[in-house]
Design a protein. Structure first.
Length: 236
């Protein structure tokens, strides 16, 4: 894998999406978000992810194909929900299937062998799934803007790595066991997914998304220490 082109793409992608999140969360595009804005965001996510697949050349393994499928499913479900103006049970179940595929692509990677490219693709698929769910929660379920903390943290992290000259083209800037981080991320995803359950009251939606944001903030505290350690190792 050519680390520098991947690093550059990840940072540029983060810098492109951060202002979008800021504008959307500030309500500058309308409250509730117009359908055309949501559709434009979903198209942007599809283009960003497809470009990353090309940059990584990650389309040749079973795990990569499952990762691509789950992003396609979450975007399809989000588009259906946007068309209907609400989240109905069939769409919610489709979203759940797309999240469960995260387990399947991990299983495929263990069975057929994992790669650095596949690990990055999986991480970015998580990021785009978070972003899509956050947009749905904000636009259709009445969630507060705090829900954008979830995708925003990853974007800020990647940008910080790029500005400090630390490689963002990996799940973590230093080697180590990332299983606990995956658990926290999966829990946050499950909470946002739960907030989209049809018929859920707005207080429960906001309570669930706030809990998800706190869970991810707790998880990202270790990423901050990783960043500091990586920067120190570069300067020695």
């Amino acid at each position: 894998m050519q680390a520098k082109p991947v690093q550059t793409w990840l940072v540029l992608q983060a810098l492109a999406w951060l202002p979008v999140l800021a504008i959307v969360s500030a309500g500058l595009l309308g409250d509730p978000l117009p359908r055309k804005v949501l559709h434009a965001c979903f198209v942007g996510i599809a283009i960003s992810f497809a470009a990353l697949v090309v940059v990584l050349r990650s389309w040749r393994t079973p795990a990569d194909l499952v990762t691509c499928t789950r992003v396609a499913l979450v975007l399809a479900a989000a588009t259906l929900a946007t068309q209907a103006g609400r989240i109905e049970w069939p769409v919610w179940i489709l979203l759940g299937i797309s999240l469960l595929l995260d387990v399947v692509d991990g299983w495929c990677a263990r069975r057929s062998g994992s790669s650095a490219e596949g690990a990055i693709l999986d991480l970015e698929a998580d990021q785009f799934a978070f972003l899509t769910l956050a947009l749905l929660a904000f636009a259709l379920a009445g969630a507060m803007a705090v829900v954008f903390v979830l995708p925003g943290l990853r974007l800020v992290k990647v940008t910080a790595y790029g500005l400090l000259g630390v490689s963002a083209a990996s799940p973590r800037p230093r080697s180590g066991d990332n299983r606990l981080g995956k658990v926290w991320c999966a829990l946050a995803s499950a909470l946002v997914f739960a907030s989209l359950m049809p018929g859920l009251s707005r207080p429960l939606v906001n309570g669930t998304t706030l809990t998800a944001a706190l869970v991810l903030l707790w998880s990202y505290r270790t990423d901050l220490s990783d960043l500091i350690a990586a920067k120190r190792s570069q300067s020695t």
